[in-house]
Design a protein around this ligand. Structure first.
Ligand SMILES: *Cc1c(COP(=O)(O)O)cnc(C)c1O
Length: 432
C-alpha cells in the first residue's frame, strides 16, 4: 500500500509500518491485540489447528517466550502465563475439576485461594476437604473420595513456614491417579522444583519473586507433561473423550501434555485470564535475576531470623531455615540455595507491641505483598486473616503479636538496625 497518497486519518494509522525482521536480544514486546495473517490459508490453518499467533488472548510471542522460560526454570514440559496468581490457581483447578468433583487441600494456604475454593468453586459444584496435618500422608489418603480430582498445597506455607513433603503427598496422589498441584510461590524454582519430586502441576503468583520488583501482577501454571490417559483417564473424561463436533480428544492430540494443552485451549482463553504482553516482559526480565535475588534474600532472612530468635521481646520465630523449626529437616531435604525470604515472628507484647513495630519501621515497608526486592512487613491478625476466628488463627500460627516479613535485598545491617530500634521500645509494652 502506498500510504503517501492517502488522507491524514489513514496516514496516521498506516504510515511507517514496519515488517522488518530484527534480532532483538531482549525479549521483544508484542503489544498488539492480534497478528496479521500472511494469506487466506494461513488464517484458516490457524483457526483449524491453533498453530501460530492470531489473537493475543489465545497466544502472543512475548507471552510464549516467558512461558517457555518459566517452564524451563521449573523443569516442566510447558507453561501457561496468566494475569495473576489467583488466575493461575483458578485455571489450574478448573483444568482438572468440574461440577461434581472434589479437591483435597492443605489448610495452610493463601487466603485468596481458600476463598476461591470455599466461595467460588463450591458454587460451581466443586467441593473441597481441608486437612491440617499436611505432613501425614494418611491424612491426605483419608480425605480422598472417588470424585477427588486434585491434591493442592503450598511448598512453603505462610504463616508457619510448613514445608510440604512433596514426594510423600504426590505418592498418595499416584495411588489414585490424582495430580498434586503445588503453589510454589514462596519457594521459587531457584530453591525448589516440585515437579522433580513428583508433583504434576506447579502454580505461582508471578507478582511475587518471579517478577520480583513489586510492579506487576502475573501468574503461571507449569505442567510436568506426564498425563497418562490410560491410568488417569477415568479421572479426566474431558481430556480423553472426543470434543464438541467429534474433534479428537485433547489426549489424542497432545499426549502427555493434555492437561496444559487443555488449560491453554479451553480454560485460560475462555475465562480471559490473559496477561498483558508488557507485564509478561517484566516477569520474564525479573526471572532473569531470580537466582541472584532469592540467594541474597534468603541469606538476609536467615541472618535476621537468627537475630530475632535471640531478642528478649521476641517469643518465637517461624522460619524453616532455623534449626529450631519443626520442619527444618524437611527444609534441608527439599530446599537448596537458601530457605526463602518470608517468615513470621511473634512479639511477647501482643497486639500493642505489633502495632508499635508496624508504626515505627522505616526501612521496612508496611504493605500486603511479598517477594519484593524491598523488605515488607504486615500484621496478619488484623489484615489478611482478620476474618478468621481466634482458634483458626492459632492453628495457622497467627497470634496478636505475630508479624509477617518478606525480606528484600537491602544491606542486612540496615534491616537489623531498623528492627533493633523498633524492638528496643517493645519490652516496655509487655503487659504482665
Ligand atoms: C499472592 C499469592 C497468590 C495470589 O497471587 P496474585 O498474583 O496476588 O493474584 C497465590 N498464592 C500465594 C502463595 C501467594 O502468595
Amino acid at each position: 500500500m502506498t500510504v503517501a497518497a492517502h488522507s491524514f486519518a489513514t496516514r496516521a494509522l498506516h504510515a511507517g509500518r514496519s515488517r522488518l525482521a530484527a534480532s532483538s536480544r531482549a525479549t521483544p514486546i508484542y503489544l498488539t491485540a492480534g497478528f496479521e495473517f500472511d494469506d487466506f490459508d494461513h488464517a484458516a490453518n490457524h483457526f483449524g489447528t491453533g498453530e501460530g499467533f492470531g489473537y493475543t488472548r489465545t497466544g502472543n510471542p512475548t507471552v510464549r517466550t516467558v512461558e517457555q522460560q518459566l517452564a524451563a526454570l521449573e523443569s516442566g514440559a510447558d507453561a501457561v502465563l496468566v494475569a495473576s496468581g489467583q488466575a493461575a490457581v483458578a485455571v489450574a483447578l478448573l483444568t482438572v475439576a468440574g461440577a461434581g468433583d472434589h479437591i483435597v487441600s492443605s489448610t495452610h494456604i493463601y487466603e485468596g485461594t481458600r476463598g476461591l475454593l470455599l466461595d467460588n468453586l463450591s458454587r460451581l459444584g466443586i467441593e473441597t476437604t481441608f486437612i491440617d496435618d499436611i505432613g501425614d500422608p494418611d491424612a491426605w489418603r483419608a480425605a480422598i473420595q472417588p470424585n477427588t480430582r486434585a491434591l493442592f498445597a503450598e511448598s512453603i506455607a505462610n504463616a508457619r513456614n510448613d514445608i510440604l513433603d512433596i514426594a510423600a503427598v504426590s505418592s498418595v496422589g499416584d495411588e489414585f491417579a490424582i495430580p498434586l498441584i503445588v503453589d510454589n510461590t514462596l519457594a521459587t524454582p531457584f530453591l525448589l522444583r516440585p515437579l522433580e519430586h513428583g508433583a504434576s502441576i506447579v502454580v505461582h503468583s508471578a507478582s511475587k519473586f518471579l517478577a520480583g520488583h513489586g510492579s506487576v501482577l502475573g501468574g503461571v501454571i507449569v505442567d510436568n507433561g506426564r498425563f497418562d490417559a490410560e491410568k488417569a483417564g477415568h479421572n479426566a473424561p474431558h481430556l480423553v473423550l472426543p470434543g464438541r463436533g467429534g474433534v479428537a480428544s485433547v489426549a489424542a492430540r497432545h499426549g502427555g501434555s493434555a492437561r496444559i494443552a487443555y488449560a491453554r485451549e479451553a480454560v485460560a482463553p475462555r475465562f480471559g485470564t490473559t496477561p498483558s504482553p508488557l507485564n509478561a516482559f517484566l516477569i520474564g526480565q525479573g526471572a532473569e535475576t531470580l537466582g541472584l535475588r532469592v540467594e541474597r534474600q534468603s541469606r538476609n532472612a536467615l541472618e535476621i531470623a537468627r537475630w530475632l530468635e535471640a531478642q528478649e521481646g521476641v517469643e518465637s520465630v517461624d522460619y524453616a531455615g532455623l534449626e529450631s523449626h519443626r520442619d527444618h529437616s524437611l527444609a534441608q531435604r527439599y530446599l537448596s540455595g537458601g530457605h526463602g525470604s518470608i517468615f513470621t515472628f511473634t512479639l511477647h507484647g501482643g497486639l500493642d507491641a505489633a502495632r508499635h513495630a508496624i508504626e515505627n519501621v522505616e526501612v521496612f515497608t508496611h504493605m500486603t505483598h511479598i517477594g519484593d526486592v524491598r523488605s515488607l512487613v504486615l500484621h496478619p491478625a488484623t489484615t489478611s486473616h482478620a476474618l478468621r476466628s481466634d482458634a483458626e488463627r492459632e492453628t495457622l500460627g497467627i497470634r496478636p503479636g505475630t508479624l509477617r516479613v518478606s525480606i528484600g535485598i537491602e544491606d542486612v545491617a540496615d534491616l537489623i538496625g531498623d528492627l533493633s530500634r523498633v524492638l528496643a521500645a517493645v519490652p516496655e509494652l509487655v503487659v504482665t
